[in-house]
Design a protein around this ligand. Structure first.
Ligand SMILES: Nc1nc2c(ncn2[C@@H]2O[C@H](COP(=O)(O)OP(=O)(O)O)[C@@H](O)[C@H]2O)c(=O)[nH]1
Ligand SMILES: C=C(OP(=O)(O)O)C(=O)O
Ligand SMILES: [Mn+2]
Length: 622
């Protein structure tokens, strides 16, 4: 049967008309195929109208995937107890037979498609299926990528309305021209708490060839929100093929002297500080997770892929995060996930106020001391509990930059991770290639609760992107190195580390110190301050930081703190280079420059060691 005829027969006339209004046979074919396969009782098609959005929100409550909280606009959603993070093991990139890509969990495409289609057969039986249209990036711009999402979860659809720009009209405008991404999701059978029941059949399969991602038997946003980490795999591939950058980066404005606005991107692995950095009260957030960077007339221009925040709530407190705190306590449209609820109010770990001793959380009815089946004590909220809210709710959002069709000029790019013992808090690369290789490609970070599995293990994570990489790392790095040649004005590249510890495991920095590093980087982009040359890049001078600590945080910054934080740890740096070299040597197709640049860094470190010893005070280099 012709797809359009099938849709006419299956959908109610009002819904069918919405589909018919989009002149795109490829879309019709896709919809017909998956509506047939998933076999829902009912289909709802979302246009860009307010009513359709309200309908989704209402359905999330009606179907019990969300429950209202006392504050207007607030709801709570729970994911299953074992469905609280990204499932790396069961997330696979589908590739042609025989193809293996280093570090990437791949599967033979035909086999994967067969398996997922089997799992998804009749999976939405008895449920309502939502068909939603969005765009990645600002509308009608060089960044725009249209996407269609099928899901039987009103929670997923609701999250997407908060996080992405509506795209129905864009599909109508583009018609057959739309080169769109496709997402098919089903939460599968739900239990009495409305959480996915068949976790053993949880799958996230990414079909690069068909630009389609399938997600089944899971609800956690990192596994299900199509336009977020699922689309990211597809856009990385497009970017590498087309010569631009699709990155795991926040995008923010740092306010310099005399009203100067400088935009920065920052790539840190999940749970390593993207949202907390972009949210610093006196700077301005444009995005907190995903950024597209293209060259335009020789400038690197960045745009937020999204328009909302799916942020980690643990640790959000009134003192360090006054703006998020205020937003979370105002009648905005917010979905709280996997938090503790008592008397209709949400609570989370480390929120800086007393938390009730019982209530409801991701484990069901909860009381202090409750243990899970593995014997672990269950905290009030899950470590990876989140809030979902639109950027419009934030007084510190730079909404003009958010919607700018040409994006904003990127002045600096930052790489960072959880590193207890090697990298200083902030440093600047000698040039683009030095930054790309020694800061981006050499990034390591301790694993976190954002993915299932053991936490706190140091892991190779180039550009904070390893979990999402869909192409060979060599091709990805070549594209990065090539990108520089398109640029007349090059962003400076920096590395940060918020997570240095002393021998007793105490942090060497406060959570807000990052605000100072940002101001220093802003000055460096414009060469307003000098810096100290070390074997691993430029680091700040003590006097400049002392002044900034006073101005930004009204804090005294002691010489001994500076010295401890910015000591160049030669043995750790050398060990790291060795680990990184070994990793890259074991795989082919790596740009020669990578080994050359690492070797040069090693030689500089060895020379310094000869002269000053293993642990070198920053004052030695002045
Ligand atoms: N010790 C320490 N923890 C931090 C710092 N910045 C953020 N965090 C914590 O790191 C976790 C993840 O931060 P978030 O910004 O949400 O990470 P994202 O996933 O990269 O967006 C939160 O629990 C924060 O409280 C910091 O400077 N120092
Ligand atoms: C949604 C996620 O994003 P992040 O932790 O990077 O904010 C995730 O990693 O699942
Ligand atoms: Mn985040």
């Amino acid at each position: 049967m012709d797809p359009i005829d099938y849709l006419k027969e299956k959908l109610e006339p009002e819904q069918f008309e919405k589909i018919r209004a989009i002149d795109n046979p490829e879309l019709h074919e896709f919809l017909a195929k998956y509506i047939k396969l998933l076999n829902p009782a009912k289909v709802f098609v979302c246009t860009d109208s307010k009513e359709d959005e309200v309908y989704i929100r209402r359905k999330a409550l009606e179907y019990g995937e969300e429950n209202p909280l006392v504050m207007e606009g607030h709801t709570v959603h729970y994911d299953g107890y074992y469905d609280q993070a990204r499932d790396k093991a069961r997330t696979k990139i589908l590739v042609p037979k025989g193809v293996e890509i280093p570090f990437i969990n791949t599967m033979n495409r035909e086999e994967g498609l067969r398996e997922i289609h089997e799992i998804m057969k009749d999976i939405a039986k008895g449920k309502e299926l939502f068909v939603c249209f969005f765009v990645l990036g600002p509308k009608n711009s060089v960044f725009t990528i249209p996407a269609v999402q099928l899901t039987d979860s009103a929670y997923v659809a609701h999250s997407e309305f908060i996080l992405y720009r509506k795209g129905y009209e864009e599909f109508r405008r583009l018609g057959r021209e739309a080169k769109f991404l496709k997402f098919v999701h089903s939460a599968g059978e739900l239990d009495e708490r409305k959480t996915s029941k068949n976790i053993d059949k949880r799958r996230v399969y990414i079909d690069l060839e068909g630009e389609t991602v399938y997600s089944a038997n899971t609800q956690y946003g990192g596994n299900t929100i199509g336009l977020k980490k699922l689309a990211f795999r597809l856009t990385i591939k497009r970017a590498v093929e087309e010569g631009w950058l699709s990155e795991h980066m926040f995008l923010m404005r740092v306010n310099g002297p005399n009203g100067r606005k400088t935009y920065f991107t920052g790539a840190y692995p999940s749970m390593c500080g993207k949202t907390s950095t972009a949210m610093i009260s006196w700077e301005n957030i444009v995005g907190d997770d995903l950024t597209f960077i293209v060259d335009m007339k020789g400038e690197a221009r960045g745009a937020n892929v999204e328009k909302g925040v799916f942020g980690i709530i643990q640790g959000v407190n009134q003192e360090d995060d006054p703006i998020i705190w205020e937003v979370l306590h105002s009648p905005n449209e917010i979905i709280f996930s996997n938090v503790l609820v008592k008397d209709g109010k949400p609570y989370w770990n480390e929120m800086g106020i007393p938390i009730p001793d019982e209530g409801e959380n991701h484990s069901g009815k909860w009381w202090r001391g409750k243990k899970d089946p593995e014997g672990n004590e269950i905290p009030p909220s899950h470590k990876n509990a989140r809030f979902t809210v639109s950027l419009e709710a934030f007084p510190n959002a730079d909404l003009e930059a958010l919607e700018a069709p040409c994006g904003v000029r990127v002045g600096g790019m930052i790489f960072g991770g959880r590193d207890a013992d090697t990298w200083p808090p902030v440093r600047e690369s000698f040039d683009w290639a030095h930054g790309v290789i020694t800061m981006g490609a050499a990034l390591e970070s301790e694993t976190t609760a954002a993915t299932l599995g053991k936490e706190g293990v140091r892991a190779f994570n180039p550009m904070a992107i390893l979990d999402f990489l869909s192409v060979h790392i060599g091709d990805y790095l070549k594209n990065y190195l090539e990108f520089e040649k398109k640029l007349r004005v090059k962003p400076k590249i920096f590395a940060v580390n918020y997570f240095l510890r002393d021998k007793n495991g105490n942090w060497l920095n406060h959570k807000l110190d990052k605000a100072v590093w940002l101001k220093w980087m802003e000055l460096r982009v414009h060469e307003d301050v000098d810096a100290i040359k070390t074997p691993v890049g430029y680091i700040p001078k003590y006097e400049d930081l002392k002044k900034l600590f006073k101005e930004v945080l009204n804090k005294e910054y002691r010489r001994e703190d500076y010295e401890r934080q910015f000591t160049i740890r030669v043995p750790e740096f050398l060990a790291k280079i060795e680990r990184i070299e070994k990793i890259y040597k074991e795989i082919g197709n790596i740009p020669e420059d990578l080994f050359k640049i690492l070797e040069e860094e090693k030689q500089r470190l060895l020379e310094a060691k000869e002269k000053y010893g293993d642990y070198i005070s920053p004052f030695q280099f002045e």
